[in-house]
Design a protein around this ligand. Sequence first.
Ligand code: GRF
Length: 202
Amino acid sequence: MLGSGKGSNFVAIADAIAAGKVPAEVALVSSDVESAGILEHARKRNLPVRFIPPGKFRTKLDEDAERAYVSALQEAKVDLIVLAGFMRVLKGDFLRAFEGRIVNIHPSLLPSFPGLEAWKQALDHGVKVTGCTVHFVDAGVDCGAIIGQQTVPVLDDDTPETLHSRIHAAEHELYPKCVAAIARGDVSVRGRRVVWKIGCGV
Ligand code: GRF
């Protein structure tokens, strides 16, 4: 798993694995932020952890960093890369090394509100329903094939904080289910459409 922040999605997935709901193991937890909560949570669970500095850019990995991430993940023999709040856009060599094997979660119903602070974009736009989306990662930002979505109502008295926390809670339900489905081989990709085995959808 890769993340830059507090790691609540990591916790949800690690707990679901421990509870036997996701047939997977965490081979490596890595971050571009040395003090990230996700690393702390992983250490507490005695999982392999690596801080890998991102290099000289602000929103992507530089070439050396990209190589370091790819080798760390290959050495750990990962089958699937699960991004949760990893604040770097992944590019060419990284995507090629793990084509079709990287997933991400975004705090809106994509394709609405890609990019930063999606919950705030939803409030500003005045939508009545928003949610979260788990999707495969491709070369675009927040635009790969959609694996699963969960809706969240927007309430009249919502603030960015209350809406964000309701979306976060939905993420913690949706993400483990999607990772479990991939691990079980219950989803297949047909162009932009991700098809779930009958009876296995979220
Ligand atoms: C989540 O809201 C996710 O949608 C976004 O980054 C956040 C990560 O949260 N991509 P956490 O670090 O898992 O708590």
